[in-house]
Design a protein around this ligand. Structure first.
Ligand code: AMP
Ligand code: FE
Ligand code: FE
Ligand code: ZN
Length: 285
């Protein structure tokens, strides 16, 4: 018996995960999950493959995405659930960010060189392998070059949001970001509010059209999870959860299916997706 019913935050090689979309679904099935969402950064390129594998393996695969926006200087991640992968608004948005990310990776490379930690940018782009390039690919290159001893050290010293080599992506507002998700027919959910302590932003995001918060996440301690549960209840927000597993990318964890939703929690999310009259593409099997 699996501990969880659904893991709604997963990455694949379409962005900065290490497993192909179908392999992510295989792992979910092996773990006993009944549902999952593929939530790659700024792309829905892995959705079709994941849903095909899900249909075969009996895992319901929600079309998801994880987008970035900025509340002032603070980077906020928004999950979109039940998005239409063919949405033009979403495609245009993702293409803009994918392009910006390439320039940004090069800029981060320059800053690293200036900080005495040069990396091979060709290697970074090769490890993204046509997928959306992100800081984890750069962390990997820092490790390969021997500038750091762990993935986490790469972030702590160079790449974290406030670290010297980080460069913002496109500076869009939460409302712009949420509008894209809604226009694509999706439900906007704030990702990992406990990461960088962003609980204070929840009312503002709700005002901008955010309909849920990620309560259960590999980075949330017990106290944060509890506070988020209360906030979801009090503010009428959907409570979601997931591991944010990137495969083998991060120092051995977090692991797929070790965080997520039980059956009752999943059913609430499923109902919210089903209830959306403006999401005709969300067909219930
Ligand atoms: P990017 O999309 O390029 O901004 O990279 C974001 C990814 O980097 C996240 O999904 C995490 O996997 C990772 N990340 C961001 N900040 C940190 C941090 N402080 N510590 C560890 N990993 C992080
Ligand atoms: Fe990531
Ligand atoms: Fe995130
Ligand atoms: Zn994520």
């Amino acid at each position: 018996m699996a501990r969880y019913h659904a893991d709604l935050h997963l990455h694949s090689t379409a962005s900065d995960g290490t497993d192909a979309p179908a392999d992510v679904v295989r792992r979910a099935a092996a773990k006993g999950l009944r549902a999952m969402a593929l939530t790659d950064h700024d792309t829905v390129a892995g959705i079709a493959e994941a849903q095909a594998a899900g249909a075969e393996l009996g895992v319901e695969v929600i079309a998801g995405v994880e987008l970035t926006c900025y509340a002032g200087k603070r980077e906020v991640h928004m999950l979109g659930y039940g998005v239409n992968p063919r949405s033009k608004a979403l495609r245009v948005h993702c293409e803009r960010f994918q392009t910006a990310r390439i320039g940004r990776a090069r800029e981060i490379g320059k800053r690293l060189a200036a900080a005495g930690a040069p990396i091979n940018m060709d290697q970074v782009m090769a490890s993204a392998d046509g997928g959306v390039v992100g800081r984890p690919h750069i962390a990997k290159a820092l490790l390969a070059a021997g500038h750091v001893a762990s993935w986490q050290e790469a972030f702590d010293r160079f790449l974290a949001d406030n670290a010297p080599a980080n460069v913002p992506k496109l500076l869009i507002t939460p409302r712009q970001c949420i509008d894209v998700i809604r226009e694509a027919g999706g439900i906007a959910v704030m990702a990992h509010p406990g990461l960088n302590n962003q609980l204070d932003l929840i009312p503002l995001l709700r005002e901008a059209g955010c309909e849920g918060i990620e309560v259960w996440h590999s980075n949330h301690d017990e106290h944060t999870t509890y506070r988020l549960q209360v906030m979801a209840l009090e503010q009428g927000l959907l409570a979601t959860g997931g591991s944010d597993c990137h495969g083998e990318m991060k120092d051995g964890g977090p692991l797929l299916g070790d965080w997520g939703l039980g059956k009752a929690g999943w059913e609430k999310v499923e109902k919210a997706l089903r209830d959306r009259k403006d999401t005709p593409h969300y067909a219930r099997r």
